[in-house]
Design a protein around this ligand. Structure first.
Ligand code: AHG
Ligand code: MN
Ligand code: MN
Length: 335
């Protein structure tokens, strides 16, 4: 490929290779890109435009919303409502399904998103991101919850945008994973990280250690073995990272390997994990698997889960293949 391939060019060229592709998908992606550029701009302006701090509201999970949770949600909804390509939307920050306004035609896709992942980081100026997932919908219907509750393996596209030192979009349509950096001068995402692959072997883990007492035995065992380093059964030292931003952790794993866990938590059986299946686990699982890694609850493959609710939470273990396999095997031995 020649230098300076834009995201639009990349997607259109990829679509040309798919027999029967109508081309509408690239238009949809274009609108997601437009929304993410706007979000990138707001996040970057921060205190200068008064968008930091809490809003006066909670989302359905009982989490206090940040002003930017709401602003970024509105940007996504506005950018995706009018194009006639979507039948409906769902957002981590909105309790009910989001309908397409009457005045616009409806299309054949559903969009699900976490408009601002890692938003607890926003006031301390650390990396945040937007995660999205696209599903196909039955045509001509007003979608109901059931239409959204599809397995992750049915996603047609998943991606995230990282608002860090650079703004980077990572994308899969089921043909590998590619990364695009926003060139702020020309306002275009440029292909900078073609065919991203997760290194299979690693010695870096990410977990919120403050929850240790609530983990199940297999996770306790895995982390203990990592921490005992060279002297323990793994025979090597491990390093630890916790950014509290799934987008940033996944990007790090895509670049240099590692494992991320927000595992099953014994505190509340109604809430077996923290992260949300439809807006976080499924899209990240699609990306991670397409990059050669694995993504599991510890017991089941994330992409095989039959969703039960639009805001459902799940335990999440993802990253380099060998490490995730080890954790799955510890769960099997513990049964
Ligand atoms: P969100 O900001 O969309 O609510 O997501 C935050 C998530 C995830 O990005 C991160 O990995 C995790 O929550 C951080 O959890 P802790 O607050 O327990 O560190
Ligand atoms: Mn999130
Ligand atoms: Mn969020």
């Amino acid at each position: 490929m020649p230098n300076n391939i834009t995201l639009t060019q990349f997607i259109i060229e990829q679509q040309r290779e798919m027999p029967g592709a109508s081309g509408t998908f690239s238009l949809l992606l274009n609108d997601i890109v437009t929304a993410c550029k706007q979000i990138s701009h707001r996040v970057n302006r921060g205190a200068l435009i008064g968008v930091l701090g809490n809003a006066d509201s909670e989302n359905i999970q009982g989490e206090v919303q940040k002003k930017l949770d709401i602003i970024t949600n509105d940007i996504m909804v506005d950018a995706l409502s009018w194009n006639g390509l979507l039948a409906g939307m769902a957002s981590e920050e909105v309790d009910d399904l989001i309908s397409i306004p009457e005045q616009y035609p409806k299309g054949k896709y559903l969009a699900l998103f976490d408009p601002l992942d890692g938003s607890s980081n926003i006031d301390v100026n650390l990396t945040v991101g937007t995660i999205f997932s696209i599903l196909r919908c039955r045509e001509g219907v007003d979608p109901e919850i059931e239409d959204f509750l599809r397995k992750g393996s049915e996603q047609v596209c998943a991606g995230f945008v990282l608002y860090g030192p650079s703004t980077i979009m990572v994308l899969t349509t089921g043909h590998g994973v590619n990364g695009f950096t926003l060139d702020q001068d020309i306002g275009e995402f440029i292909l900078t990280h073609p065919n991203m692959r997760i290194p299979e072997e690693t010695s870096e883990f990410a977990i919120n250690m403050s929850n240790q007492r609530f983990w199940e035995l297999p996770v306790q065992r895995y982390i203990e073995e990592c921490i005992s380093g060279k002297d323990g059964p793994r025979g090597k030292n491990f390093n630890m990272r916790w950014i509290a931003s799934l987008v940033a952790e996944v990007y790090r794993i895509l670049t240099r390997g590692g494992i991320f866990m927000y595992p099953y938590d014994t505190r509340n059986p109604e809430r077996p994990g923290k992260l949300r299946l439809m807006y976080e686990a499924n899209p990240m699982a699609f990306i991670i698997e397409q990059a050669g890694g694995l993504c599991s609850t510890g017991r089941e493959r994330i992409l095989d889960l039959k969703p039960e609710g639009i805001h459902q939470r799940v335990p999440l273990v993802l990253g380099s293949k060998e490490e995730v396999e080890k954790i799955i095997s510890y769960h099997q031995q513990n049964n």
